[in-house]
Design a protein around this ligand. Structure first.
Ligand code: EPZ
Length: 418
C-alpha cells in the first residue's frame, strides 16, 4: 500500500495549478446519463473517485472515451444495466448520483444503499423522499434502493435539511420531468451551479441554481454538450493552508477566489497574507504571530466542512485557544488523534474541538482515515520537525490530484513510497 514520506520544515514557494473539482466532476459525469448524445467534459481531475464513476458508467452501458488525462467523453445511447452495485457504491458514496438520472431517463434504477462511512451515517432519505414526490415508486430492501417510474412529474419539494447530493440528484431528475419542479431549501455550493450550467447547456431549463430555491421546467429530451469543470475550491484551500504554514510566496493558479471568500477571510483574521486576482491567489506565511480563531462549519457560503481539518493544522500554530464546531458530519474529527501523535494539543467534546496553540509538531508515522483528514496530515508533515510517513494514502488519491508532485514542485521534500 502506498505511503507518503515528508521531511518537514522546508519553505515553499512558486506556483501550483489547481485542478477541476472532484465534487463537480462526479455529478457532471452522472448527468451524462440523461441524454443519448455525447457529453464532453474538460478540466476533469485525475483522481480515483473519477475513475470509480467511470467504472460505474461503463457498467451501466455508457461508452467512454478519454482523449487526454483531463478530458472525457460520455455517450449513453442505451443502458446495459440499471444497477449501481454494492462493490462500487461502498467505495464511493457519490455513486448514488446516478439514481436521479437513471430514473428520469430510463424509468428504472437499482442503487445500493451507501450505508455509513468513516465521517458519519450519511443517510439518503432526502434523495428518496424527493424522488417519490416526483412520482417514483421506491422500495428499500436487501440493501438496495429499487426505483421505478413512468415519466416523473413536476412538483414542489422542500428539503428537510440542506443536502448537496440530494439537491443534485433531484435537480437532474427534474430536468426530464413533466411540468415544473420547485426545489426549496437547496444547497448553494458552487458545484450545484456548475451542474446546472452543464444541464442548461444540455437543453435543461433551470432558474435559481446557487440560491435556496431552484425552479426547473421539465423538457422532453436533453442533448449533447461540452463543459469545463469548475476549479476545486477544497484543493485550493488545502494549498492555501500550506502557504500559510510554510510559504514564502505561493501562487495558486486557475482557481476561483470568489468561492474561497469565507476561507480567505478566515486566513486573514488569523494573520496570513492572502491576495487575489481574477483567477489566482497568492499566500505567504504570517510575519508575526498567528492568532487563534473560532469557526463553525456550515453549508455554503458558510465555512466548508471539507476545509475544517486543514484549517485545524494551521490553528495548532496559532497563539491561544481556537474553538471549532463541526455541524455537518458527526465523525469528522478523526484527524485529531493522529495530530495528537505529532504533538498537537486538541481537546474534543462531541462535535466541538478546542485547539491549544502554538505547539511545535514533530514528524511521526500516521494513518490517513478519510480524504480531508489525510490532507491535513500532509499539511502537518510539512510544518513538523523531522520525518512524517502517512499510511493509507489511497484516501488522498480519491480526491487530490498528484499531491506529492504538486508539493514537490513548490519545494517540499515529499515522496511517495510504494
Ligand atoms: C457532499 O457530500 C460532498 N461530496 C462532501 O465532500 C461534502 O463534505 C458534503 O457534500 C457537505 O458539503 C460530494 O459532493 C461528492 P450532504 P453529500 O448530502 O452530498 C445529511 C469530500 O471530502 N443528509 O450535503 O453526501 C448528511 O448525513 C466529501 O470531498 C441526510 O440526513 O453531503 C450530512 O449530515 C466528503 N439525509 C448533511 O446532510 C440525506 O438524504 C449534509 O450531507 C442527505 C444528507
Amino acid at each position: 500500500m502506498d505511503k507518503i514520506r515528508i521531511a518537514g520544515g522546508r519553505r515553499l514557494s512558486g506556483k501550483v495549478r489547481i485542478g477541476g473539482a472532484k465534487n463537480a466532476a462526479l455529478p457532471a459525469m452522472a448527468a451524462s446519463l440523461l441524454t443519448d448524445e455525447p457529453v464532453h467534459l474538460s478540466n476533469l481531475p485525475d483522481v480515483w473517485d473519477v475513475g470509480t464513476m467511470r467504472r460505474l458508467l461503463l457498467r451501466l452501458g455508457t461508452s467512454v472515451t478519454q482523449p487526454s488525462l483531463h478530458e472525457i467523453s460520455l455517450t449513453t445511447e442505451s443502458l446495459s444495466s440499471h444497477d449501481a452495485p454494492y462493490e462500487l457504491v461502498k467505495t464511493m458514496r457519490a455513486s448514488v448520483l446516478v439514481l436521479g438520472p437513471l430514473l428520469a431517463r430510463h424509468g428504472k434504477a437499482r442503487v445500493s444503499l451507501p450505508g455509513g462511512c468513516a465521517i458519519g451515517a450519511r443517510p439518503i432519505d432526502q434523495h428518496v423522499a424527493g424522488l417519490e414526490k416526483l412520482g417514483a415508486r421506491i422500495t428499500l430492501a436487501h440493501g438496495f434502493v429499487d426505483a421505478e417510474a413512468d415519466r416523473l412529474h413536476g412538483t414542489t419539494i422542500r428539503f428537510d435539511q440542506v443536502t448537496v447530493g440530494g439537491t443534485e440528484n433531484l435537480l437532474m431528475a427534474a430536468c426530464l420531468a413533466r411540468g415544473e419542479t420547485i426545489l426549496e431549501n437547496c444547497a448553494r455550493e458552487p458545484e450545484i451551479v456548475d451542474l446546472a450550467t452543464l444541464l442548461t447547456s444540455m437543453g435543461a431549463v433551470i432558474e435559481g441554481a446557487g440560491a435556496e430555491r431552484i425552479c426547473i421546467k421539465g423538457v422532453d429530451r436533453l442533448h449533447s454538450a461540452t463543459h469545463s469543470i469548475l476549479p476545486d475550491r477544497i484543493e485550493a484551500a488545502t494549498y492555501l493552508v500550506a502557504g500559510a504554514l510554510v510559504g514564502d510566496e505561493v501562487e495558486l493558479q486557475g482557481c476561483r477566489p470568489e468561492h474561497l471568500a469565507t476561507f480567505s477571510e478566515a486566513l486573514r483574521t488569523i494573520g496570513v497574507s492572502v491576495e487575489h486576482n481574477e483567477d489566482s491567489i497568492r499566500v505567504r506565511s504570517a510575519q508575526g504571530a498567528l492568532k487563534a480563531f473560532d469557526f463553525e462549519t456550515a453549508p455554503y457560503p458558510g465555512f466548508a466542512t471539507d476545509m475544517q481539518a486543514q484549517l485545524m493544522v494551521l490553528l495548532t500554530q496559532a497563539h491561544g485557544q481556537s474553538h471549532i464546531v463541526e455541524t455537518i458530519f458527526e465523525n469528522r474529527f478523526m484527524h485529531v488523534a493522529e495530530l495528537g501523535r505529532m504533538g498537537a494539543r486538541v481537546e474534543l467534546h462531541g462535535n466541538r474541538a478546542t485547539v491549544h496553540g502554538p505547539t511545535p509538531l514533530s514528524g511521526a508515522n500516521v494513518m490517513a482515515t478519510d480524504l480531508r483528514a489525510s490532507a491535513c496530515l500532509v499539511l502537518a508533515g510539512l510544518v513538523a520537525e523531522g520525518e512524517t510517513v502517512i499510511d493509507r494514502v489511497y484516501h488522498i488519491d480519491r480526491g487530490y490530484e498528484h499531491i506529492e508532485e504538486k508539493f514537490a514542485g513548490l519545494g517540499a521534500d515529499v515522496e511517495r513510497i510504494v
